[in-house]
Design a protein around this ligand. Structure first.
Ligand code: GLP
Length: 235
């Protein structure tokens, strides 16, 4: 694991963008994308870059069950706002949170993930160490599935909703095995509320109780964190 401690998100996004440019120059064709506040500045710098995605496919990590593009809290809405409206891709794939039959949707999405192996994966991290919506206890062998959100995740994400009761209780998420299959993974985390999760991810035991700790088993992971998120690291 390579760790960059940066002064702010602007510097962090710049590093992530440089890695993306390098990987695209080397032929990366499939990007794994994440939502949340951590990659927002990265997407801004991507929008402002010269990068051309017309031959690139994207697959997203997750989507809330029950939300679609009409909801400004859906992840499909987020991706359009922050990236897809400004940068057209060859194809954009996200789980469909409005699918009438979720089992069928999982079959569809898992097939998409198999067809499009990810070259470059962006990740954030939850305060409890979740990646995508793989909450503590999620199997390292898991593929895309419907997950129940941890109460702490519902609480953390309530800040984006007018009424905390509106936060969906379930999501469709790539599994840990899907995430680990990416060739390169860049995880961004900022702020003191991520410090415990970062410490457990970098220096803790590899355990399903801390989903992001699995990244210690991957050979091309870059962590981009600010000083607050790095504050509990000892090395
Ligand atoms: C959400 C998302 C994750 C994201 C995490 C952290 O629940 N499903 O993909 O990484 O929480 O979000 P943020 O970057 O806003 O702290």
């Amino acid at each position: 694991m390579k760790v960059f401690v940066v002064k702010d998100q602007v510097e962090g996004a710049g590093i992530a963008l440089d890695i993306l440019k390098q990987k695209m120059a080397d032929g990366a064709q499939v990007l794994g994308l994440a939502t949340g506040s951590s990659p927002i500045e990265f997407y801004k710098q991507v929008r402002e870059s010269e990068l051309d995605f017309s031959e690139v496919t994207s697959v997203n990590l997750d989507e809330y069950v029950g939300l679609g593009e009409d909801s400004d809290q859906s992840y499909v809405y987020f991706m359009k706002e922050h990236l897809f409206n400004a940068k057209p891709f060859k194809e954009n794939h996200l789980p469909n949170g409005l699918a009438a039959d979720l089992d069928e949707e999982l079959v569809r999405y898992n097939a998409i993930l198999e067809e499009h192996p990810v070259d470059f994966q962006i990740l954030g991290i939850g305060r409890n160490g979740h990646i995508g919506f793989n909450e503590p206890g999620a199997s390292f062998d898991g593929v895309a599935r419907v997950v129940d959100l941890a109460p702490s995740t519902i609480e953390a994400n309530a800040r984006f909703f007018a009424d905390p009761e509106e936060v969906p209780k379930q999501a469709i998420s790539m599994g840990i095995a899907n995430i680990m299959a990416a060739k390169t993974i860049v995880l961004m985390a900022y702020g003191p509320e991520k410090a415990d999760a970062i410490k457990a991810t970098v220096e803790g035991t590899v355990t399903e109780e801390v989903p992001a700790s699995v990244l210690q088993n991957h050979d091309d992971v870059v962590l981009i964190i600010d000083e607050a998120a790095a504050s509990k690291l000892t090395k």
